[in-house]
Design a protein around this ligand. Structure first.
Ligand code: IPM
Ligand code: MG
Length: 350
């Protein structure tokens, strides 16, 4: 197992340190090597995804990422922004399938802003296409036209891009509750009419899975109205970006949610769904659990080691049951701990 570790910016290094300790404790045969991605890479090399990092990432079986970005780099030219590094690695490695589970841990039911009876038992998997859509479409830019500034981007999908992400969603649904909801905006956008058509066609290959379609605005509403109607949601890059943040908050804290970004051969990049949280960086208070749970996803998807994945996930459940909470999920009567203590507790529970 070759793992490329990219701590990144903000709280990235702190949460990655705990996830690495968990990986080491599993006592599996593996090699880990660290590299720079994001703002730290811009500072060191001028490039958010430097060649040295590209080499390691290309050679690795899996990549473990903390988070990238921060206000320090927000006014840099676009090529020197941390986000460009993240988009670059996703595209270069062909990581088209982004899996973002939103699971409510019963112990954290009160952390959700929705009523406990609406979110109890919530278990949604968002499958987001990650290397296409308006994120990467050309032409794009800001230029002068007719004496004023004109901004433009291009949304596009080929049918093969749509089909391969739909298959990921259907395959995932077969291991869950056999329901796929495909999200589009076919009433306005041709590109997503194609999405709906290809989703319907692909659905015929999976007669055992129930396929429904939903417009993205309605999907945003249904997620807060009745989120338990969903099993697997599949959508394009931009809608998936937005809906996955929304879904994550149903569970109370984005600090709990891992993610996987996979290529066609299950090589993957694993990262927490949250960002670099510059406001709490360096204070030792960030929640490392999403990153630790990302390690579990790595073990499951890239290394096909379900036993080790469960061991990590069970340890996380145990520390929650013990009442340990970082600030983001804290409530009265629980024991407030920092990043390191939370990592210690997970290791002890393992
Ligand atoms: C995400 C993030 C990224 C995205 C940003 C940081 C480029 O919001 O992973 O959801 O938009 O994909
Ligand atoms: Mg996002």
């Amino acid at each position: 197992m070759k793992i490329c570790v990219l701590p990144g910016d903000g709280i990235g290094p702190e949460i990655i340190a705990e996830a690495v300790r968990v990986l080491q404790a599993l006592d599996l045969k593996m090699e880990m090597e660290e590299a720079l991605l994001g703002g730290c890479a811009v500072d060191a090399t001028g490039d958010p995804y430097p060649v040295a990092t590209q080499k390691l990432a290309l050679a690795a079986d899996a990549i473990l990422l903390g988070a990238v970005g921060g206000p320090k780099w927000d006014s840099n030219p676009r090529e020197q922004r941390p986000e460009r590094g993240l988009l670059g690695i996703r595209k270069q490695l062909g990581l088209f399938a982004n899996l973002r589970p939103a699971i409510l841990y019963p112990e954290l039911a009160n952390a959700s802003s929705l009523k406990p009876e609406v979110v109890a038992g919530l278990d949604i998997l968002i499958v987001r296409e990650l290397t296409g859509d308006i994120y990467f479409g050309q032409p794009r830019g800001i230029e002068m036209r007719n004496g004023e500034r004109f901004g433009f981007n291009t949304m596009h999908y080929t049918e093969s891009e749509i089909r391969r992400i739909l298959r990921v969603a259907f395959d995932a649904a077969r291991k869950r509750n056999r329901k796929v909801c495909s999200v589009d905006k076919m009433n306005v956008l041709e590109c997503t009419q194609l999405w709906r058509d290809v989703a319907t066609e692909t659905g015929r290959e999976y007669p055992d899975v129930e396929l429904s379609h939903m417009l993205v605005d309605n999907a945003a509403m249904q997620l807060v109205k009745n989120p338990r109607q969903f099993d697997v949601m599949v959508t394009g890059n931009m809608f998936g970006d937005i809906l996955s943040d929304e879904a994550s908050m149903l569970t109370g804290s984005i600090g709990m949610l891992p993610s996987a970004s996979l290529d066609a051969n299950n090589k993957g990049l694993y990262e927490p769904s949250h960002g670099s949280a510059p406001d709490i960086a360096g204070k030792g208070v960030a929640n490392p659990l999403a990153t630790i749970l990302s390690v579990a996803m790595m073990l499951r998807y890239t290394f096909a080691n379900e036993v080790a994945a469960r061991r990590v996930e069970d340890a996380v459940k145990k520390v929650l049951a013990q009442g340990l909470r970082t600030g983001d999920i804290y409530e009265a009567g629980m024991k407030k701990v920092g990043t390191r203590e939370m990592g210690d507790a997970v290791l002890a529970a393992m």
